[in-house]
Design a protein around this ligand. Structure first.
Ligand code: UD1
Length: 420
């Protein structure tokens, strides 16, 4: 499937932000840890979330659609020790199922999880494996396939050598039912982690410190079910804000979001000269006088999110001056800048972690292929800002994380079509 985009249309109107992909993906494995149903609302209809549901079903559990955006998930029968390879290959957060399977069955086997190719080689899972080993699990690795066994996991003192969002969430979730106390140090602090911890505590877990670098979990015997409302997707909100900020003829209201999760972006917007107004749950973008270049360095939350780096790089092609974009989290995430150069951007790749964008430059429509999720959405943004027609192939990558992006952008007046 592809998107066909005719650029330079005025963007006017309202756009709603969906539930957070990165929060949604972490709730499905929790169904394995309680025997009561979990009712999840504000669920985004995106490919990765569908794959997470398919894993639950393949493992023998139940996913019931109550209405649009509301699902009830429930533990039924645990079928076998294997996580389905064809689904695990599709997204990295599938690794969240590993801990709960190990708790329930004492054994789990799975291939190396998939996801965006944005690191040098495959994205490692050493932090997860080291932590499970510390809790007493045995790990066998053969041909990129993993088998973990543990009669019983035990609470441990775990220091993450790198800050990792999913490793923090995986260990925090699993250890809710692990005997003793677990202390996780050098944790990630993303709002999705805080939201998950609040939910688990509501189900009877004893987690303290989520949202700080040290999280303590006291194991409990059982967890209840309950209602979980997925928080708004801050990456989507930030991406829409940058798309609107880059457009000359614009008046866009981004609704159903939480601007408090994007402080690093607002600080940069002030320097760039973006004309924006925030409320508690919306962002209004108005025409800016002149956009100015500004350097960024990506950083773990609350710093500038790596997932917002690609749309920011596009925004800087429209700003006056030179901006240095320093990507510190992933090795290959800036390589998409080469595609922007093909569209007319003036970007110098200093090294795999740094590019210099010289602006402003006109962008021109081209035939492109979406390399991954976040770069894919940045290309949609570039195409909307470009003169002429752009064709973007491999949009499965974009559908993995953005619900009906074409439909919602058409609501703002964008000329974007989906071709099978
Ligand atoms: C999550 C987000 C993703 C975001 C990323 C960083 C989800 C589903 N995805 O991904 O959108 O881009 O956080 O904010 O929540 N690392 C290791 N060993 C490990 C695990 C990670 O070296 O075992 C490294 C990674 O290669 C990377 C860094 O740690 O360089 C951060 O990755 P991590 O926070 O784990 O990213 P994800 O949780 O996969």
């Amino acid at each position: 499937m592809k998107f066909i985009i005719q650029g330079k249309k005025p963007l006017k109107g309202e756009i709603k932000v969906s539930g957070s992909k990165n929060a949604a993906l972490k709730i499905f494995p929790v169904a394995l840890l309680t025997r009561e149903p979990i009712r999840v609302s504000n669920v985004p209809e995106i490919e990765d979330v569908l794959r997470a549901q398919e894993i639950l079903i393949a493992l023998g559990h139940e996913v019931k659609k109550i209405k649009n955006g509301v699902l009830e998930i429930r533990f039924r029968n645990q079928k076998g020790f294997d996580l389905p390879a064809d689904l695990v290959n599709k997204f990295r957060a599938s690794i969240m199922f590993v801990g709960p399977m190990l708790i329930n069955l004492g054994k789990v086997s799975f291939p190396h999880p998939g996801g965006c190719v944005i690191g040098a080689g495959i994205r490692p899972i050493d932090l997860f494996l080291d932590a499970f080993k510390k809790m007493g699990a045995k790990v066998k690795i053969k041909d990129n396939h993993y088998e973990l066994t543990a009669k019983k996991l035990k609470g441990a003192n775990i220091f993450f050598s790198k800050i990792s969002v999913t490793a923090t969430e995986s260990l925090m979730t699993t250890t809710c039912l692990v005997q003793g106390e677990t202390i996780l140090k050098n944790c990630a602090m993303e709002p999705e982690i805080v939201s998950l911890a609040e939910y688990l505590n509501g189900c009877g877990a004893k987690i303290s410190g989520a949202g700080t670098p040290t999280i303590k979990i006291k194991g409990v015997k059982r967890l209840r079910g309950g209602k979980y409302k997925i928080i708004p997707d801050r990456i989507e909100a930030g991406t829409f804000a940058m798309l609107a900020a880059g457009s000359a003829n614009v008046e866009v209201l981004i609704k159903n979001c939480d601007p408090a999760h994007l402080e690093a972006l607002w600080q940069i917007f002030d320097k760039v000269g973006v004309n924006y107004v925030l409320s508690k749950d919306s962002i209004r973008i108005l025409p800016s006088k002149k956009l100015l270049s500004c350097d960024i360095t990506t950083h773990e939350y609350p710093g500038f999110a790596t997932d917002l780096q690609s749309p920011y790089t596009v925004l800087m092609t429209q700003a006056h001056g030179s901006s240095l974009i320093h990507e510190t989290i992933y090795d290959r995430r800036l390589l998409f800048a080469d595609i922007l150069t093909q569209m007319g951007a003036n970007i110098i790749l200093a090294d795999p972690h740094r590019v210099v964008v010289n602006g402003p430059t006109k962008l021109y429509g081209r035939k492109l292929v979406s390399p991954d999720l976040r770069a894919g959405v940045a290309l949609v943004m570039a195409a909307l800002l470009a003169h002429g027609r752009t064709e973007i192939d491999n949009i499965y990558q974009i559908d993995r994380g953005y619900e009906k992006l074409d439909e919602r952008l058409r609501g703002l007046g964008a000329d974007i079509k989906r071709l099978a």
